[in-house]
Design a protein around this ligand. Structure first.
Ligand code: PEP
Ligand code: MN
Length: 273
C-alpha cells in the first residue's frame, strides 16, 4: 500500500484546510513539549505570524531518561487544543501507547508516532483504526524499508492518512545529535506516494544547524518541515538546545521562501482563524 499503487499517484493528507503532500510546502512549528498556557499560546501566535500552518507540541513525552520531564499529559492536550483553536492552526501531538489513542484523538488533528515507537506494532494498529491523520517518524536505528513497512501497518489497518517523517538516524558522527538522512527524501519519493516531512531539529540536535537542514529538505523535495520553536529556548524543559527562538524562526522562514519557490512550490498558508 505504501508502494506500487501509491507510486501512480501521490497521496495527499488533508487536515483542516491544510494539504500535506500537495503542491504547497508545509511548515509545522512549536515547542518540543507543551509547558504552560502562556508558552503554547504565545508560540502558536508567533509561528503563525511567521508562516507556519500547523502547530506542534508534545503532551506525552517519550524521554530517554525516566527522570526527565515527561510532559503535562491531558492538561497539555487541552492547552495545545486551545492554542490551535485560538490561532486557527491544526495541531499535531504525540501518542505514546495504544491506550492513549482515544484520549489524544479528542484533542489532536494529527497524531504523531515518535521515533522510539516506530516499531510498536500494537500502537501502529491502534492509530490505523482511527480517522485522524498520522505522522510516523523514522526510528533512529531503522532503515527506510522498515519505515515503509511500519507505515504499511497503519495503512493496512484502514487509515490512509499517513505522513512520513525523516528525523535523523544514529551514525558514528558526534558533531550532531543524529545524522539527518536527506537522501531518505528522494528514496521515499521514488518508492512511495506518501508525503514526507523532515525534522531538522531532532535531526541535528543543535539550533545552529536547523535552518541549513530545513533549506536542504526543501531543496531535496520534502513536502514540509517540522521545527521546534520556544519563547525562551535556554529555559525550555526539553530540547532547548535545538529549539529556535521566535526571531530565529522568522529568520529561517525568510531564508526558506526563495528555496521553496526555486523548487516550484510555495509555503502553505495558514487556514482562516
Ligand atoms: C518529537 O518530535 O517531539 C520527538 C520526541 O521526536 P522523535 O520521536 O523523533 O525523537
Ligand atoms: Mn523534541
Amino acid at each position: 500500500m505504501t508502494g506500487r499503487e501509491a507510486i501512480q499517484k501521490r497521496t495527499m493528507v488533508e487536515v483542516k484546510g491544510v494539504a500535506v503532500g500537495g503542491d504547497d510546502f508545509v511548515v509545522i512549528a512549536g515547542p518540543c513539549a507543551v509547558e504552560s498556557r502562556d508558552q503554547i499560546l504565545s508560540t502558536a501566535d508567533a509561528v503563525r505570524r511567521s508562516g507556519a500552518c500547523i502547530l506542534r507540541g508534545g503532551a506525552f513525552k517519550p524521554r530517554t531518561s525516566p527522570y526527565s520531564f515527561q510532559g503535562l499529559g491531558e492538561e497539555g492536550l487541552k492547552l495545545i487544543a486551545e492554542a490551535g483553536e485560538k490561532s486557527g492552526l491544526p495541531v499535531i501531538t504525540e501518542v505514546t501507547s495504544p491506550e492513549l489513542v482515544d484520549l489524544v484523538c479528542r484533542y489532536a488533528d494529527i497524531l504523531q508516532v515518535g521515533a522510539r515507537n516506530m516499531q510498536n506494532y500494537a500502537l501502529l494498529e491502534a492509530v490505523g483504526k482511527v480517522r485522524k491523520p498520522v505522522m510516523l517518524k523514522r526510528g533512529m536505528m531503522s532503515t527506510i524499508e522498515e519505515l515503509l513497512l511500519a507505515a504499511e501497518y497503519i495503512l493496512s489497518s484502514g487509515n490512509t492518512g499517513v505522513i512520513l517523517c525523516e528525523r535523523g538516524i544514529r551514525s558514528f558522527e558526534k558533531a550532531t545529535r543524529y545524522t539527518l538522512d536527506i537522501s531518505a527524501v528522494p528514496v521515499i519519493k521514488k518508492q512511495s506516494g506518501l508525503p514526507v516531512i523532515v525534522d531538522p531539529s531532532h535531526g541535528t540536535g543543535h539550533r545552529d544547524y536547523v535552518a541549513s537542514l530545513a533549506l536542504a529538505a526543501a531543496a531535496a523535495g520534502a513536502d514540509g518541515i517540522m521545527v521546534e520553536v520556544h519563547p525562551s529556548p535556554d529555559n525550555a524543559m526539553s530540547d532547548g538546545i535545538q529549539s529556535l527562538s521566535f526571531a530565529d524562526f522568522a529568520a529561517l522562514m525568510d531564508r526558506l521562501r526563495p528555496v521553496v519557490s526555486a523548487v516550484g512550490r510555495r509555503i502553505a498558508p495558514a487556514g482562516s482563524r
